[in-house]
Write a protein that binds this ligand. Structure first.
Ligand SMILES: [Zn+2]
Ligand SMILES: [Zn+2]
Length: 162
């Protein structure tokens, strides 16, 4: 465990913090407050990391709030006439919008998940996945999924520009 040199918050493990010049900061915001030049140094980082950080610190594409924008997943089971479909639905949004999506898909699952053989088994599992997803806090830095998303976007742009 380390302590953020800017705000004094505990950083539980290196994966959650921003490592910079032998210190671990709790967020990019704290790093920038402490070392204004850090941005320039961070810009020299890997472009995927850089873009992912910009998205993470930027506006939610759904509600426009700033920060903790990441790829969050919600889970949905739907059964019709004993045929069950189950989906993991990833979405780029802030944490609040992600919780809303989990509640919405949790409710859909609760009402129409059960009506199939597989639905009876999957519905409680998917309800719990949504529920636990609401308890897990917002990411402090871009997740692996967000970095993969950025990587794919860069690839798509390359293809479009050719
Ligand atoms: Zn801090
Ligand atoms: Zn939002």
């Amino acid at each position: 465990m380390e302590i953020c040199p800017n705000c004094g918050a505990f950083v539980e493990d290196d994966n959650q913090g921003i490592r910079f010049q032998n210190s671990t900061y709790c967020s990019v915001k704290c790093l920038k407050e402490r070392i204004p030049d850090a941005e320039v140094i961070l810009e020299n980082q890997d472009p995927i990391e850089k873009q992912a950080t910009q998205i993470h610190e930027g506006q939610c594409p759904i509600c426009g709030r700033l920060g903790s924008v990441d790829i969050y997943s919600s889970y949905r089971v739907m059964s019709f006439l004993f045929v069950t479909t189950f989906q993991t639905i990833p979405e780029l949004s802030c944490w609040r919008c992600a919780v809303k999506a989990k509640i919405k898909n949790g409710l859909i699952t609760l009402f129409i998940g059960w009506w199939g053989t597989a639905g009876i088994i999957l519905t409680p599992i998917y309800l719990l996945r949504n529920l636990f997803g609401c308890i897990i806090p917002a990411t402090r830095k871009p997740s692996k999924k967000l970095k993969e998303f950025v990587k794919n976007q860069i690839e798509i742009n390359k293809i479009n520009n050719e």
